[in-house]
Ligand binder design. Structure first.
Ligand SMILES: [Zn+2]
Length: 171
């Protein structure tokens, strides 16, 4: 009887197959996983290694920005020490001195990217959106010369602290 039932199932491919899996939402929530290159693609280490609270905040902000027609992209998140060292070395050759380079790129010892506590956001209209709404999520621009760099620096709905002129001023 079991064998008969199985082969009967195996033949049942001729009819219309409009069945959809039960219980699955037809439309996934906006900005959920699978958004390659977006703030939700946790398969990328630079996203997956972010501080969970920061990731949650940026996810929520990106969802709401999307509702306003603004697409938010994490252009840089967590970085390994080696990656940060490379960036600093590049800045050093570009700016010529450690003092000037550190205004733009932190060392592995001081970068909030290395600890997973910072994200760089683009494009520019997303940065503008965040400058207006970021504090609702606790997200703040912390360096006056980096409109793309955000950290969790206040509680949601709180006031962002005064910005540092650049990253060398904080350390
Ligand atoms: Zn940054």
């Amino acid at each position: 009887m079991l064998v008969v039932a199985l082969s009967a199932l195996g033949c049942g491919t001729a009819g219309p197959t409009e069945r959809t899996p039960e219980g699955l939402p037809q439309v996934p929530p906006a900005g959920d996983r699978g958004d390659r290159g977006g703030p939700f693609d946790t398969s990328r280490p630079e996203i997956g290694n972010l501080d969970p609270d920061l990731l949650e905040a940026i996810r929520a902000a990106a969802r709401d920005a999307q509702d306003d027609g603004v697409r938010m992209v994490v252009t840089s998140g967590w970085r390994s020490r080696e990656h940060q060292q490379r960036l600093f070395a590049e800045a050093l050759s570009k700016y010529g001195s450690e003092e000037e380079a550190s205004r733009w790129v932190s060392t592995p010892d001081t970068s909030a990217h290395v600890t997973g506590d910072a994200v760089d956001i683009g494009p520019t209209d997303a940065d503008s959106w965040l400058s207006q709404h970021g504090s609702d999520y606790g997200l703040c621009q912390v360096f006056a010369n980096e409109i793309w760099h955000y950290e969790l620096a206040t509680s949601p709905g709180g006031r962002c602290p005064e910005m540092w002129p650049d990253s060398s001023a904080r350390h």
